[in-house]
Design a protein around this ligand. Sequence first.
Ligand SMILES: Nc1ncnc2c1ncn2[C@@H]1O[C@H](COP(=O)(O)OP(=O)(O)OP(=O)(O)O)[C@@H](O)[C@H]1O
Ligand SMILES: [Mg+2]
Length: 261
Amino acid sequence: MRPVELMTQTAPAPARLKSRVGAVAAGPGLIRTHNVVKRYVVGGAEVRALDGVSVTIHEGELVAITGSSGSGKSTLMNILGCLDSPDSGDYFIAGEDVSKLKSDQLARIRNRRIGFVFQSFNLLPRLSSVENVELPLLYAGRHHAAAKAREALEIVGLGDRLDHEPNQLSGGQRQRVAIARAIVTDPAIILADEPTGNLDSRSGDEILKLFETLHQQGRTILIVTHDPDIAAFCPREINMRDGKVLRDGVPAASFAAKIGD
Ligand SMILES: Nc1ncnc2c1ncn2[C@@H]1O[C@H](COP(=O)(O)OP(=O)(O)OP(=O)(O)O)[C@@H](O)[C@H]1O
Ligand SMILES: [Mg+2]
């Protein structure tokens, strides 16, 4: 994987983020699941999309979630992101049991604590970059939405594309707008499902560099990926098979060697 030069375009972290670094691997975990099960029944046949998943993610970690198609990665992300609830098992965010909450309560947690990045960007087509990034703040009734959206776009290196609509941006730029939208509420966790899947390798590298910068600022980031290079880029890889965690630890190839300085 080639080194990229995004670091120079990226504004310094807001002071409130820097203190998060150093909290890694202490305490009970920012995210903790215990024996989470999710089943689907289609045409009388049951699929255990998650079959007893227990993971702990600490504040400030950057984690790749890997595994073959159908292994349960997106199902796990949907539960971690409070888009869905487990059939059984426990899920705690910052010590709060969220596994048995109703959908309106889940929506509140989602808006307050989670930032999502999707493979297909999921930007609204007729809104500018600033307007797309403002949306989660407006849903949450937060003040100074436009100023915060501009700050988030500057962090991702798009301070000069504030008024562009998605179809006036490259794929990599669209994903950076989506990342700005994910960070603008200052969420506890950023969940990214195949964030480079629709990008060419150069744009994909830039997005990974941006995630690394956000990680260095102390953000907690989970990236679902099929790409072993992306897994190697992360300090920790959770590998899934048939709804179970097969392996959880340092990826085979080293993080630093892959991305360069
Ligand atoms: N809404 C659903 N209804 C029925 N079965 C589902 C549903 N969502 C997922 N599944 C099944 O659960 C299993 C896990 O699916 P999931 O989408 O989590 O896999 P994945 O690891 O994200 O795969 P991919 O890499 O292809 O995105 C699959 O066998 C899938 O067919
Ligand atoms: Mg998936």
